[in-house]
Design a protein around this ligand. Sequence first.
Ligand code: HPA
Length: 285
Amino acid sequence: MAETKDFFTYEAYQQAADYIRGKTQHQPAIGLILGSGLSPLADEIEQADHIPYADIPHFPVSGVVGHAGKLVIGQLAGKAVLVMQGRTHFYEGYSTQHITLPVRVMRLLGVQTLIVTNAAGGLNRNFKAGELMLITDQINLVGMTGNSPLHGPNLEEFGPRFPSMTHAYDPALTALARQTARSLNLTLQEGVYACLSGPTFETPAENRFLHRLGADAVGMSTAHEVVVANHCGMRVLGVSSITNISILETSSTAETTHEEVLETGKRIVPNLMALLKGVLAAMTS
Ligand code: HPA
């Protein structure tokens, strides 16, 4: 008989949501996922309830340096928010369905808008390390090579078997972020995010390949979450921190390192925080 994989049931998502409901009075309609080195953003949450992932039924737990592992639920810029301080990655051995379990749990908790952030390499030659990039679209190479988080039986309670991805990143939220950046005088690049599985950084040939495909930034996360969020009808806003410039030539003497990613990520936090707070404050729903 052919091997079948285990998939999460609707009840499993409900168990996680029930546990979280029992730990907080806040009722957030906005979820925020913080990427590598961006954890300090969660320190600004007011009236915060902290829930370690390890305590939540079925939640994946990250072991990566720079990724704290807890939910922080509270108020930011006048809005109730549920913040994932750190996320798990495919390269850690989890299925993409497991990585994205928290997104569906957020949906059950009433989250309608998901803001995703990440650290990414800049493929676009107009980008500089330390800049922010508004994600306008994505190329999910991990999903395209057989690891879609929607692989397996479709849970109709969340959404349809064949969801549209034409507006994976919500045009109205994207416009709001652009406008907010302008009013704050912040440089906000924009472009397409390509998701690879990692954990290696790309070879120069891989970076040239991605660049020719139309990608402006590359990373190891986010796209799975955005697929699941779209499937269950959430609006998505995405912002990448360009922590390093992708190397396109083997003749380069530069190397990409996790330390560089974390270091530059830390430097970008104030700008990202200002942008996110501005967007939250301006959001009407
Ligand atoms: N490649 C992949 N993931 C990344 C990078 C990169 O250059 N920078 C930060 N995350």
